[in-house]
Unconditional design. Structure first.
Length: 320
């Protein structure tokens, strides 16, 4: 009997140990997965997307998109060396600057992404028939738009991951340490403008003034599309419009909004400073497609006026 009881206890203890080991293994795998998603995956995505944007759209159509990428592309055009090598040479010293200015994690992630881009640009030159993926349309602005979209996506991934894209942002942060009155974003834009201006003197040498303007205009198109793409991804696609409605009939109006638009309404007590009369302010978030319907509801209440503004992104329970 004692032997049987001891055997049962040993089995239970063994099962508990196995369960604890499984739980620890799951916890370890969970930590590794979160680390991969938060650090490794952004490096892979941004590095690969940026490399193909430069190889497919930027370099063949002879324009510089600004930043460190643009400097590398200009140097490739002026010399026989691949832009990947220039990216490598430019980013290694920037890593040490970023390490002290931006922090270890940001420096490592942003530099790793750029190094991956550098390596891919170098390797792509040695892949047979890879030139077939090069996009060189009759109208080069199409390539500038396509390249801008990909570069904007890569930039957004890096900003969401570590809050910096590296490159000229590091240089801007370094200058900002000395001149605090100049913002990092303004300095980054200035560096990009210098690269774009330099393309006027690098491309189409000996050509007419209007022809030499082509790479400058293409770079501006690419920078604009990059900025808009990055903003769209950073802000998210769950946008809404916030209406603030001043009314004397909050109950009727809010009930009508909730019944017809199926969105909640928040009431705030207010007072008109001219008349010193009590009013109510109704706050409501709606979709863009519902603006016209809400305007019809508001017009049916003559003593009511409203104003609205767009919101970048809505968090929480906002389903419709």
């Amino acid at each position: 009997m004692k032997f049987l009881l001891l055997h049962v206890i040993m089995i239970v203890v063994s099962q508990l140990r196995e369960w604890k080991m499984n739980q620890r293994a799951k916890a370890v795998w969970g930590i590794l997965l979160r680390g991969f998603v938060s650090s490794v995956l952004p490096v892979l995505v941004s590095g690969i997307v940026r490399a193909f944007a430069i190889y497919m759209f930027v370099t063949p159509n002879e324009f510089a998109p600004g930043g460190i990428n643009g400097i590398a592309v200009l140097l490739e055009y002026a010399t026989p060396l691949n832009s990947g090598w220039y990216l490598l040479m430019l980013n290694i010293p920037l890593f040490f600057v970023a390490f002290f200015l931006l922090g270890k994690r940001q420096a490592i992630i942003s530099t790793a992404s750029m190094l991956l881009t550098s390596g891919l640009l170098i390797v792509l030159d040695y892949i047979p028939h890879i030139e077939k993926i090069i996009y060189k349309p009759e109208y080069a602005f199409l390539a500038a738009i396509a390249g801008g979209i990909l570069l904007g996506a890569a930039l957004a991934v890096m900003l969401k991951c570590c809050g910096t894209s590296g490159g000229t942002t590091v240089l801007a942060s370094l200058v900002n340490k000395k001149y605090r009155n100049i913002s990092v974003s303004a300095l980054t834009s200035a560096f990009d403008a210098c690269v774009v201006l330099a393309s006027f003197f690098v491309y189409n040498q000996g050509a007419s003034f209007t022809v030499k303007l082509d790479p400058v205009l293409l770079a501006l198109v690419s920078l604009f599309v990059t900025s808009k793409t990055c903003d769209a991804i950073m802000q998210g696609f769950k946008t809404a419009y916030k209406f603030e409605i001043v009314t004397n009939d909050p109950e009727t109006l809010s009930n009508e909004i909730m019944q017809k638009l199926h969105h909640g309404v928040t009431r705030i007590a207010a007072e008109g400073m001219y008349s010193h009369e009590g009013r109510s302010v109704l706050v409501c978030l709606i979709r863009k497609r519902q603006i016209a319907e809400l305007q019809k509801i508001i017009k049916s209440h003559p003593d009511t006026f409203a104003y609205f503004s767009s919101t970048s992104e809505v968090f929480g329970k906002f389903l419709k």
